[in-house]
Design a protein around this ligand. Structure first.
Ligand code: ADP
Ligand code: MG
Length: 642
């Protein structure tokens, strides 16, 4: 007898479930898609314990006939395809007929449904793929599917589930984004009796974005409007093809550190697609630093034949028939709109003093100095010619176009090395000109420890501290240096449990997205450990009553949103200490003294001394260097003294 056997339906369903039902959010996705395919206009999602205990989706769609209600749980049973030709142009979200049997094989499922064509409804109960009962019931039109104890019979899968909040965050993100794809429908999301999303029908996508994300995010978004491009008929017997794109993308200054805020819909289907992601980063090329990502909500609509959705069992990947056309269309649509709404470049030669720089003793010192006109001022003439372009917006370090070893502004690396292949200038030997100069300075790392002994001489463009040391001339980035100081202070305060907080006269009210609300609940204690006093304040809003002493009032909103974003990354497996470091880094960056801020001698000295006392004075928490050194050897060589 042969060894090959045909698997039973139950095993086959469980195998399919392995691909289709990865986590509670995948169940929600399949059921939502079914409700949308059923033409529903009202969809209510209820969750308990992150979807482990309960997922219930109720809709007012077309419902199922009694016979269909049982058939729906057969493998490959679908009402959406009948012919293999249909596979070439799939207009519905589902088509594989796999979701219901897969889900039913790994949970306890209850289906209640009624089609308007029948007098009575049907109730089907299934556990682990076995039908327990099927009876007639009285109910209104539409369908409700309740999933209890997901993975009760697949312990291995259950172990892979993340925390309740993590699973809930995935679900919230999914429902939120499907609600964006259908502004004309009602979506409700409940978690353990708490309403997370209540979106009533609105006329435009813009209004839905407002409903879901609030006005704060909307202000940072650019509306792509409605753009379309016609592709000439690709084959002789075909019609020209129409592609349309709409949606919202964020202004380049909104920089996310992961792709989690990019949502791409193709013909109403939420997908992850590398081609579209690539088109998007191409649109932001040069407008955003490399490892940063925008917020984007992109809806691409095209002829169903132009996109193959039958690529992956969970239907999250697609293949475009004309890839480069789609890529360039999306890139150009986004890029054009970004360019059109680009603000005029702003360069302020006159810095606004006092802009954002509070930190206890440092800010105290700034205060005292305002009253002390006799504080010594050391002004060093800028190394650059006065008309040199110095654009901080692009974070461009000033550099001369005319290179040459004798131009000090050619310093860019530490320590300065002569250019490769450069001919050594012919020079006479001048005796005894460098006696006493320490020519071989220790490596930058070890001499950073002596940074406290440097003598500040002034500032370059009110942004960089110029200081003289035994081993050469130093340039210290004041923002980065202060960032390092604050970062270590916040970490120390978190560890000691004594974060310095300042109470706000008026609480700041912030509106959160459903996902942010879940993350907020999870990290509330960590926020407190860092000096924030916050509390829930009505539906999806929080009141911020106190903030860390270092933080300027104008920065509160930005810091909290940034921290929630770190928390989101943390959802993907980063430890509490990483979360703490993330909070500290974000606080430090916002609170640190900005560039274009004049500092007097005392402040510069304080900065150098305090920096020297930090554990790692070399770089800011994000890895940018704090200081450059122009060593004595380079200086002497440049003056032809050696
Ligand atoms: P598919 O969506 O790929 O067809 P499913 O297993 O998800 O496969 O669903 C099987 C069938 O059950 C669907 O084709 C549809 O006819 C029916 N069905 C599922 N959910 C609903 C619903 N909410 N309302 C009406 N019919 C539904
Ligand atoms: Mg389906």
């Amino acid at each position: 007898m042969g060894r090959i056997r045909v698997l039973s339906d139950n095993i086959a369903n469980k195998i399919a479930a392995g691909e289709v039902v990865e986590r509670p959010a995948s169940v929600v996705k399949e059921l939502l898609e079914n409700s949308l395919d059923a033409g529903s206009t009202n969809i209510r999602v209820e969750i308990e314990t992150g979807g482990r205990r309960l997922i219930r989706i109720a809709d007012d769609g077309c419902g199922m006939l009694r016979d269909d209600a049982l058939l729906a749980f057969e493998r490959h049973a679908t009402s959406k395809l009948s012919d293999v030709k249909d596979l070439l142009s799939i207009a519905t979200l589902g088509f594989r007929g796999e979701a219901l049997p897969s889900i039913a094989s790994v949970s306890r499922l209850l289906l209640e449904t009624r089609s308007p064509d029948e007098q009575t409804g049907t109730r089907v109960e299934i556990a682990g793929g076995k039908i327990l009962s099927c009876e007639e019931i009285a109910r209104g039109g539409g369908t409700a599917i309740t999933i209890r104890d997901l993975f009760f019979n697949v312990p291995a899968r259950k172990k892979f589930l993340r925390s309740e909040q993590t699973e809930m965050a995935h679900i919230a993100s999914l429902v939120t984004h499907y609600s964006l794809a259908h502004p004309d429908k009602t979506f409700e999301l409940w978690n353990g009796g708490v309403n997370l999303l209540q979106a009533t029908p609105v006329a435009t996508l813009r209004e839905r974005v407002f409903q879901v994300f609030g006005s704060q995010l909307l202000e940072d978004l650019i509306d792509l409007g409605e753009r379309e491009k016609i592709m000439p008929a690709p084959e002789m017997d075909e019609e020209p093809k129409r592609f349309a794109v709409r949606g919202f993308v964020s202004r380049p200054q909104v920089q996310k550190n992961n792709r989690n805020s990019i949502f791409i819909f193709v013909n109403g289907r939420l997908i992850r697609d590398r081609l579209v992601l690539h088109a998007l980063s191409a649109a932001y090329h040069n407008l955003m630093p490399p490892a940063c990502f925008p917020f984007a909500l992109i809806f691409l609509d095209c002829d169903c034949e132009e996109v193959d959705v039958n690529v992956h069992p969970s239907k999250t990947e697609v293949r475009f028939r004309h890839q480069s056309f789609v890529h360039d269309f999306i890139r150009d649509a986004v890029r054009d709109q970004l360019m059109m709404s680009r603000p005029a470049p702003s360069f302020s030669p006159h810095p606004q003093p006092g802009a954002a720089l509070p930190y206890s003793d440092f800010s105290q010192m700034m205060q005292n100095d305002a009253n002390d006109a006799t504080a010594p001022e050391f002004i060093l003439h800028p190394v650059n010619p006065p008309n040199a372009r110095f654009n901080f917006g692009d974070a461009a370090v000033p550099h001369e176009t005319e290179p040459g070893p004798s131009v000090p502004a050619a310093m860019g690396t530490v320590p300065m090395a002569p250019r490769a292949g450069e001919a050594a200038p012919l020079r006479l030997r001048v005796p005894d000109t460098h006696g006493g100069f320490p020519l071989d300075a220790p490596p930058l790392e070890s001499s950073m420890a002596n940074i406290g002994d440097l003598r500040p001489m002034g500032q370059l463009h009110n942004s960089f501290i110029i200081a003289a040391g035994r081993d050469g001339l130093w340039i210290i980035d004041q923002h980065v240096a202060h960032e390092r100081i604050l970062f270590e202070q916040v970490l120390a305060q978190q560890a000691s449990g004594r974060a310095e907080a300042q109470h706000l006269l008026m609480p700041v009210i912030l509106q959160l997205t459903p996902e942010q609300q879940i993350e907020y609940a999870r990290i509330e204690d960590e926020l407190r450990a860092s000096g924030f006093d916050t509390e829930p304040f009505g539906n999806r809003t929080i009141a911020v009553k106190a903030v860390p002493a270092a933080l300027g009032h104008g920065d509160i909103e930005r810091v909290i949103f940034e921290i929630l974003e770190i928390a989101e990354v943390e959802l993907r497996g980063v430890s509490v200490s990483d979360l703490r470091r993330g909070i500290a880094a974000s606080l430090a960056c916002q609170a640190a003294i900005k560039i274009n801020t004049p500092l007097d001698y005392k402040k510069m000295e304080w900065m150098l001394r305090t920096l020297a006392a930090t554990e790692y004075p070399m770089a800011c928490p994000h890895g940018r260097p704090v200081a450059l050194r122009y060593g004595m050897r380079e200086i002497l060589r440049a003056f032809h003294r050696i």
